[in-house]
Design a protein around this ligand. Structure first.
Ligand code: SF4
Length: 736
């Protein structure tokens, strides 16, 4: 049956699976790649969303790349990861065939027909015995949103399951929740041009220089001689390059932001026009009475004078102040309230909806923003709500699927899914393009959890990831450069990626794997119109009508390329045939002062700071901070470690940064091996002396597999985002 389906849709079985129709390098080059010897693609690493110019050989095969000069995001620049974006495709550990664990426990090659039979038989059996809540998927912010949407719709509407989430939970769930609650929709207001139009740029929990280096270049282009303030416990690369570093205590950020708001209100440095477009200021003002600089000095580790001076700097009348945050805020036990404290300050001072302003989150992954609108995990696909019956009816009608297939209840969050797997409630798990056995907080738990699962499927480019090695079934997937689709970057700009290489062996794009699964499951009629990524894009586009993220004005992929990417919203009628003269090239939200709440007003939201989940103590006297190591490393290094050039740009093995005075006290010198122990596990790292770290703290880059064996499972109560940034550890000289 499956073989017949494959033949009907794609030609002879073997040929089809190796050679995707219409895909590049198979004798048929997509017409929009011809006759040029270059094409463009959005970089597949971070959420900056740089466009790369891909240089092609005479067969349309990518041979090299360079940054695209005219693209309004990167303006001809790229970081090391972007320059080396093709390298990971050639790695010898690519998954090229489906792999199935045999009776001896080995993963052995199989064919797609068998793989699909096993996939459906095992998951259907679990579903029949244990119901729709017994299987979950965990996916990613790294695949095009057409694929995300296909997966989310297939799993919930077609296969009839409920629980799913993505590694975007680790990245920006906090920002999503903060914006939704404050503005009525998940609406990051920024445009990158705001970096160049601010008088004061506040970077909080954001190490732009190495995490988003092209955005730092945008800061450097600002002609207004801006004051650049970095709020961070460490003297990061960005803090060292800034005009001011506010070196606060870890997790002192929420207290500091409330103290700043206290000063702004006390001194009457508020913007009346902006306040008129809000609700809740009276209650917030009452709350702030307890947050004077004197009351917050100890909690923040700052002097009263330093807090007062910072309050003046971020509220100076007539100055454009923009706030930008990333994981230092998002990955916190109280990230949502911290993000909302930033939003509150912008609302109070009128720094929103104008050039050079905004409470602006910068996302981590290349398509985290696509996941926010289209993954069908926490929100109903297209920026809708599962609990809203009108939304469900609209989606059912436009996707031409039975209304009853759309659940009205919500999925569990990532941590809840894993806890349910630990308790035996979830018995089957499907992991797509992510590696939680390395990346999840307190990752040692995953090994025990694996034993509880009846069936684990991992769909990935590589068969060597920690997660793939734990799987019962591995489905080989194409990677960036081997498929089409769209990403959305941090300024809400939609850009396209292209197929410029053939996936190796029998690896398939995730989109085509989902088509195979839909057929094998018996629900392919429901997805008859999802024939290819661009067809899916048009279905998804139509779904956004009348939502804040309306993109019904986008005709097709070609229009996106022609206009240099398109920021949402872009409703019908907004199109400008001449992008060179169009001010649509760069837009921010809320210029009209109207928010997406029922009242049209933004909300002040706040609550008292909570205690740090695991502070240092006698037994574990150091606080371990984690973060990005270098601009050449990406997350679990699944791809960046495949590049010989990138590997030369960072230390191969795990290291820790420690203040020289602390190192002396422990008789440690540069290069010594030291064991770092937490209540959950330990690792051995090389010592790197760094006065940039405060005393009593160490910093370890997140990229090494040992690191999350130590981190502590604590979560923001609103967003369920993990608190990766702070846990208590002890140091022991290795060998003792
Ligand atoms: Fe790619 Fe981000 Fe580097 Fe740009 S800054 S080239 S999007 S990794």
């Amino acid at each position: 049956m499956l073989s017949r389906f494959l033949k009907q849709h794609t030609g002879p079985l073997t040929r089809d699976l190796v050679q995707e129709p219409g895909h590049f390098g198979l004798g048929k080059v997509p017409s929009r790649l011809m006759p040029s010897s270059t094409t463009t693609s959005i970089c597949g690493y971070c959420a900056t969303g740089c466009q790369l110019k891909i240089h092609l050989d005479e067969n349309g095969n990518a041979i090299n790349l360079s940054p695209q000069a005219g693209y309004p995001v990167n303006l001809g620049m790229a970081c090391p990861k972007g320059w080396q974006a093709l390298d990971p495709l050639d790695s010898p550990d690519r998954a090229t065939m489906p792999l199935l664990r045999d009776e001896s426990g080995k993963l052995v090659e199989t064919d797609w027909t068998t793989a699909m039979d096993v996939f459906t038989d095992r998951f259907k059996k679990i579903q029949a015995e244990h119901g729709r809540e017994s299987v979950a998927f965990l996916s990613t912010g790294q695949i095009p949103f057409e694929e995300m949407a296909f997966l989310g719709c297939l799993f919930k509407f077609g296969m009839g399951f409920l629980h799913c989430d993505a590694n975007t939970r680790q990245c920006m769930a906090t920002a999503v929740t903060a914006y939704k609650q404050s503005f009525g929709f998940d609406a990051p207001p920024a445009t990158y041009a705001d970096f160049e139009e601010s008088d004061v740029i506040v970077l909080i929990g954001a190490n732009l220089c190495i995490a988003h280096p092209i955005l730092w270049q945008r800061v450097m282009r600002n002609p207004r001689n801006p004051k650049i303030i970095v709020i961070d416990p460490r003297a990061t690369e960005t803090a060292q390059a800034a005009t001011q570093h506010v070196s606060l205590k870890p997790k002192g950020d929420l207290a500091l932001l409330y103290a700043l708001a206290h000063c702004v209100l006390r001194d009457g440095r508020v913007d009346a026009e902006s306040l008129a477009r809000t609700e809740g200021i009276e209650a917030f003002a009452d709350f702030l009475k307890d947050y004077s600089p004197a009351a917050m000095a100890e909690k923040t580790g700052l002097t009263v004078e330093a807090i007062e001076a910072l309050a003046l700097a971020v509220s100076e009348p007539g100055k454009r102040v923009s706030w930008w945050w990333t994981m230092g805020v998002n990955q916190s036990h109280e990230g949502v309230r911290t993000a909302q404290a930033i939003i509150n300050l912008c609302l109070m001072t009128g720094n929103i909806g104008k050039p050079g302003t905004g409470p602006n989150s910068i996302t981590g992954q290349c398509n985290a923003m696509g996941s926010r609108l289209f993954s069908n995990t926490t929100s109903l696909v297209g920026g809708h709500d599962f609990s809203d019956s009108a939304h469900r009816e609209k989606v059912a009608s436009l996707l031409e699927i039975p209304l009853e297939t759309i659940p009205s209840d919500y999925s569990m969050a990532y941590d809840e899914i894993l806890a349910a797997a630990e308790s035996g409630k979830i018995k089957g798990l499907w992991i797509v393009a992510t590696n939680p056995f390395h990346s999840w907080i307190d990752s040692g738990r995953l090994a025990a959890l694996r034993e509880k699962l009846e069936f684990l499927v991992v769909q990935d480019m590589y068969h060597t990831t920690e997660s793939a090695q734990a799987a019962d079934l591995v489905l080989p997937a194409a990677g960036w450069g081997e498929k089409d689709g769209c990403f959305i970057n941090s300024e809400r700009r939609i850009g396209t990626l292209k197929t410029v290489r053939k996936a190796p062996g029998q690896a398939l794009s995730d989109f085509r794997i989902f088509r195979l699964i839909a057929h094998a499951w018996g629900c392919d009629e429901m997805f008859a119109k999802w024939t290819n990524p661009e067809a899916a894009f048009k279905l998804l586009r139509n779904l956004t009508k009348d939502r804040p993220c309306d993109i019904t004005g986008i005709e097709d992929y070609e229009m996106i390329d022609r206009m240099g990417g398109i920021q949402w919203p872009f409703s019908e009628g907004m199109g400008d045939p001449n992008p060179i003269i169009s001010n649509l090239r760069s837009r921010r939200l809320f210029e009209d002062g109207i928010y997406y709440t029922p009242s049209g007003k933004a909300k002040f939201l706040f609550s008292p700071p909570a205690a740090m989940p695991e502070p240092p103590d006698f037994e574990f006297p150091f606080l371990m901070l984690t973060g990005r190591g270098t601009s050449s490393q990406w997350h679990t290094q699944t791809r960046t470690a495949k590049s010989d050039i990138l590997k030369k740009l960072y230390p191969e093995n795990v290291y820790l940064e420690i203040h020289p005075a602390d190192a002396r006290q422990y008789r440690l010198k540069e290069g010594d091996a030291v064991t770092v122990r937490s209540r959950r596990g330990e690792l051995t790292a090389a010592v790197y002396l760094a006065p940039t770290v405060q005393r009593g703290q160490i910093f370890i880059p997140m990229h090494y597999p040992e690191v999350n064996k130590l981190t502590h499972s604590a979560f923001d109560p609103h967003s369920r985002q993990p608190n990766y940034k702070a846990c208590a550890v002890a140091l022991v000289r290795a060998g003792r």
